[in-house]
Design a protein around this ligand. Sequence first.
Ligand SMILES: [Ca+2]
Ligand SMILES: [Ca+2]
Length: 468
Amino acid sequence: MKRIKKLFIFSLLALSVPGFAQGPAVKSRILVLTDIENEPDDTQSLVRFLTYSNQWDIEGLVATTSIHQPNRVAPEKIKQLIQAYGKVRNNLLLHEKGYPTTEYLLSITKPSIPEFGMQAIGDGKDSEGSEWIIKVIDKKDDRPVWIPVWGGANCLAQALWKVRKTRAPEDVKQFVSKIRMYTISDQDDTSPWIRKNFPDLFYVGSPGYHAAGAYHYATWSGISGDKFHGRFVGANFEIVDNPWLDEHVRSHGPLGAEYPFTKFLMEGDTPSFLGLIENGLNVPEHPEYGGWGGRYELYKPRTLKYFYEPETRPIYTDAMDEVKGVDGNFHTSNKATLWRWREAFQNDFAARMDWTVKPFKEANHPPKAVSKNGNAIKAKTGEKVTLSAEGSQDPDGNALSYEWIYYPEPGSYNVKEPLGIVDAKAVTTSFTAPKVMQPETIHVILAVTDNGKPALTRYQRVIVTVYP
Ligand SMILES: [Ca+2]
Ligand SMILES: [Ca+2]
């Protein structure tokens, strides 16, 4: 009875606000592998991750090794951060529902074995972590399991090794089909091993590579890259630098106090889950669409930094966007696919840190962006395509501003010239469907930003298919 009522209410909501249909009705399942304690940035990433823990069904937090920390795993550090989160959980619940309990999070925190790379693969190398990974993937649940890999991948490699050794090929295939893996470069030699041995595995990774006498930085470095890490002159560095983090994160209660000072780059591991946040822009199953975590296209990657092995298969890897930077110039780079959203995802994190210490009325909450005409529009060449954000709203009653962004790169049309959107800052606007020779897709992103502090942005992605 209750269920029917819920379904009824949900369908009413879906009818009244069509854009909500792609909202968080189904949460993503996530299992994180982290070489936490190798340097400050895993700890930083885990603080941010915990403030979003109500967005997902978190199913595992596994402490691993990596090239930077080959003989140690540090589950105790994960537990320390969960305890700090426990002190602010009640306050987070004033702002949004669904934050998991500390008891639950502690129960899914597991260690891998403290050995490096392929040395930890084979008979007798099972660990609490690798057994847990198998258990989570085997669960009777049709949703895939997203596995952000912040260090080495050998705990997952051992799980795959064991499943392949003990199961029939079709069962291995089924197991692999549930995995969605994102690695922050190759931090041990099991990443290339996984790619080679499991060619069907959904794999997103940006290794960075040497070419033409220069090192090309991995997409993930766009999270906070600075002069030292490749001079991303178009990106705003101030909002990822220590003074900003002092003001908006470290000064904020028991969880903020756990956020360490940045030694190299802020949160190098965070791009692995930024693209899983429900914001209306991110479409996790389509890394080539682009989102807060950057954009990745399916092809064979270049030579890898640490563990060279000829690549045998395509993965989702570095894609290029042309983006206007804060310096006023256009930049075409893989890092730009990530730093283009930096202000929005930093403000979002700052608001969530406010949630850990402030009452509802003193903090900001994101608007709800609505695309009145839905997320898939069909049009013929020469036809007028109407775009409307009518019905967008803000839970704090903030004033909203609108921006319709033509995003050429993910579409098949992919023409860099402006699309001719009549007034890109209006609630309702239009453009004329361009001339095409065959059906082509055009991605238009609606960004709705409130005037709260900090200003928060939510999106709708409208994919217009144009027919000749
Ligand atoms: Ca790491
Ligand atoms: Ca607001």
